[in-house]
Design a protein around this ligand. Structure first.
Ligand SMILES: Cc1cc2nc3c(=O)[nH]c(=O)nc-3n(C[C@H](O)[C@H](O)[C@H](O)COP(=O)(O)OP(=O)(O)OC[C@H]3O[C@@H](n4cnc5c(N)ncnc54)[C@H](O)[C@@H]3O)c2cc1C
Length: 341
């Protein structure tokens, strides 16, 4: 039986990653009611952090999605400066990019940025949206958990192919030109290996290394990074080519191959490991605008890192893409609300 969440909400946001959380924060600060729904066990989306506990060696804490981010936009820089002042993020290093740009990371972990933004927001996790329906005056959102949510406005922030699939499953018509543009937005896959070592690795300061290898793109020590004080936790990210080729291959094979390439920097045995498969890690091709508005059948906005005006491929600018999309989309919404009062 489907139960009903009776509380009527103005804005429903699907996705509790940085885009959804930022849009929610801005709208709520302007007095708008916001509810965020996310299918994940926790919030953060690709700002992902996980623990592996081992009695013998202490727990390892791993950032296994976004590793760090850089800033090129002055408005985003203002937010970043505030977060630094508030102790949420910290500069990590300027040695991780070829241009010597400052790279930032969450002080406790990258997920802690999401946790900070989420503090005062109404968020329902483990809530997978399966269908959206416009009932003539508001959106009705159906979920796998058989709860209904209502809102007069809807913001979709999952990776574009997931949002497109949801619209298709919901039989929401999209003008063909827009649909064609949305279908062009694509993402690289990435295989993430989280490995707990019995000794400190040989990864040089500052604890992260971008490689020019055909299979292994990145290796990081979460211990040296400062987020895993008890455990020698390392994160490996495969290249898009390797991820594609090994997507369906057993974890053991993936781990063996990637650890072998990483071995010059390890100097240790692996106590435990996990593998996470990111089908949509970061955009390969973007939409070309910061957000998309569909006015029919009801007002629906799409935003996220797939919505960007920059073709820059630097992975460390992806978080900024999400932020800029969230900022632009929420300002559009605020103007709209101001004009409809
Ligand atoms: C391995 C990896 C490495 C990366 N490295 C970097 C880096 O070093 N620097 C950088 O700047 N960026 C990096 N990125 C990219 C960065 O993490 C993303 O650009 C950013 O976090 C995207 O945020 P978002 O909110 O737009 O999307 P997401 O974080 O993907 O949030 C979307 C949310 O929607 C939810 N969702 C999807 N479908 C549904 C549904 N049907 N119902 C309910 N909820 C749903 C998901 O659970 C998710 O939480 C990396 C990403 C990965 C995966």
């Amino acid at each position: 039986m489907i139960s009903t969440n009776n509380q009527q909400k103005s804005f429903l946001i699907i996705g509790g990653g940085i885009t959804g959380l930022m849009a929610g924060t801005i709208l709520q600060r302007h007095g708008i009611n916001v509810t965020i729904l996310d299918k994940g066990r926790g919030i953060g989306g690709r700002l992902a952090t996980r623990r592996i506990r081992q009695p013998s060696s202490g727990q390892g804490i791993f950032d296994y999605g976004a590793q760090f981010f850089t800033v090129s936009d002055p408005t985003f820089q203002l937010w970043v400066d505030q977060w630094v002042q508030q102790g949420i993020i910290t500069p990590w290093s300027n040695q991780l990019t070829e241009t010597g740009t400052i790279c930032y990371r969450g002080c406790d972990s990258n997920r802690s940025i999401a946790q900070y933004l989420a503090q005062n927001l109404e968020i329902h996790t483990q809530t997978r949206v399966t269908k959206i329906v416009w009932d003539g005056s508001q959106w009705r959102v159906e979920t796998e958990q058989e709860k209904l949510f209502y809102g007069t406005r809807l913001i979709l922030t999952p990776p574009v192919p997931q949002s497109l699939a949801l619209l298709e499953d919901s039989a929401i018509a999209i003008p063909s030109l827009l649909k064609h543009r949305l279908a062009q937005v694509s993402y690289h896959p990435c295989l993430s290996v989280l490995a707990l070592l019995d000794h400190k690795s040989l990864i040089p300061e500052p604890g992260g290394l971008r490689l020019k290898d055909a299979s292994l793109a990145w290796i990081a020590s979460n211990y040296q990074k400062g987020i895993s004080p008890e455990g020698f936790a390392i994160t490996l990210h495969s290249t898009p080519e390797f991820s594609q080729a090994y997507w369906d291959v057993d974890n053991e094979v993936v781990v063996e191959k990637l650890l072998k390439i990483a071995s010059p920097w390890l100097n240790a045995s692996v106590i435990d490991y996990q593998v996470h498969r990111w089908r949509y890690s970061h955009p390969k091709t973007v939409y070309g605008d910061l957000y998309l508005v569909l006015e029919e059948p009801g007002l629906l906005i799409m935003a996220g890192d797939g919505f960007s005006t920059t073709k820059a491929q630097d992975i460390s600018l992806n978080l900024e893409k999400s932020m800029l999309s969230a900022l632009a989309a929420s300002h559009y919404c605020l103007n709209l609300e101001a004009n409809t009062l």
